[in-house]
Design a protein around this ligand. Structure first.
Ligand SMILES: C[S@@+](CC[C@H](N)C(=O)[O-])C[C@H]1O[C@@H](n2cnc3c(N)ncnc32)[C@H](O)[C@@H]1O
Length: 242
């Protein structure tokens, strides 16, 4: 089968997506806000801990905001390859001025920017890893492990692909029941919606495969911390050296 071109960079590096993303902000908060807050709670930082975390594919910083709020002494480094998304994020993060910085980073590049500290206390990814092919998901998990201090945590919130079409159909059925507009939209996508959909599903991969990648990267305590239909929070910690 002919391989479709990867449109991911064109989609995210555009003013159009930033405008759409901003228009959908309330919907994102409703769908994902509780998961971002759970990620913040899962990070086992003490109340007064002076910690640095990295948010890869951070976009406008939704996951970072939940963590900065929950851990008042934390500092965030947000990485993304889209100047447009990072520009929009600066405004959204203004309440946390002095506690965050952005760095441009294309996650396809295995050489990390020098601005990212060699070791951080935690790494999070939210709704981003599914834009990478499996081979890169796997190597990225290894690089994240290497950038964590011993005892540091990695959490990933992302959609996954079912391996059984019956399961896929069940996920779709429930999604449509909960949001009757979803089925109608699927039949009548605009060109931009179709492009975003194709970009969304291009590299979706099974949960078990990704849990295996985390374990082979060296993570301990790998767990599915939260799951609902096709969305999961997975992750683990870097063990302390023996
Ligand atoms: C769906 S948005 C999620 C943004 C944010 N993490 C959140 O949860 O709201 C996906 C983000 O991943 C970024 N992204 C996609 N592919 C990337 C890549 N190869 N390198 C860096 N960032 C990437 C996009 O620019 C965008 O900001």
């Amino acid at each position: 089968m002919e391989q479709q071109p990867d449109t991911n960079a064109d989609i995210w590096k555009s003013d159009e997506i930033v405008a759409t993303w901003a228009a959908e902000a309330a919907q994102h908060e409703r769908r994902h806000g509780a998961q971002w807050r759970l990620m913040a709670e899962l990070l086992p930082f003490g109340e007064q801990a002076d910690v640095t975390f990295l948010d890869l594919g951070a976009g406008t910083g939704a996951a970072s905001r939940a963590i900065l709020e929950r851990h008042p002494h934390s500092t965030a480094m947000l990485a993304d390859f889209s100047p447009e998304m990072m520009g929009a994020g600066q405004a959204e993060l203004s309440a946390f001025a002095g506690r965050y910085s952005y760095v441009e980073f294309d996650l396809h590049a295995t050489a990390w920017p020098a601005a990212i500290p060699a070791r951080v206390d935690a790494v999070v990814t939210s709704l981003c890893v599914h834009h990478l092919p499996d081979v890169r998901k796997r190597s990225l998990f290894g690089e994240i492990f290497d950038h964590l201090r011993p005892g540091g945590w990695y959490l990933n919130y992302d959609p996954v692909r079912a391996e059984d079409p019956v399961v896929t159909a069940a996920w779709t059925r429930i999604t449509d029941l909960e949001n009757p507009d979803a089925a109608r939209k699927r039949q009548h996508r605009t060109a931009q919606e179709q492009a975003r959909y194709e970009n969304h599903v291009r590299y979706l991969s099974p949960l078990d495969l990704q849990l295996g990648y985390l374990r082979s990267a060296g993570f301990h305590g790998v767990d599915v911390w939260w799951k609902r239909l096709d969305y999961v929070i997975v992750g683990g910690y870097r063990p302390s050296a023996p």
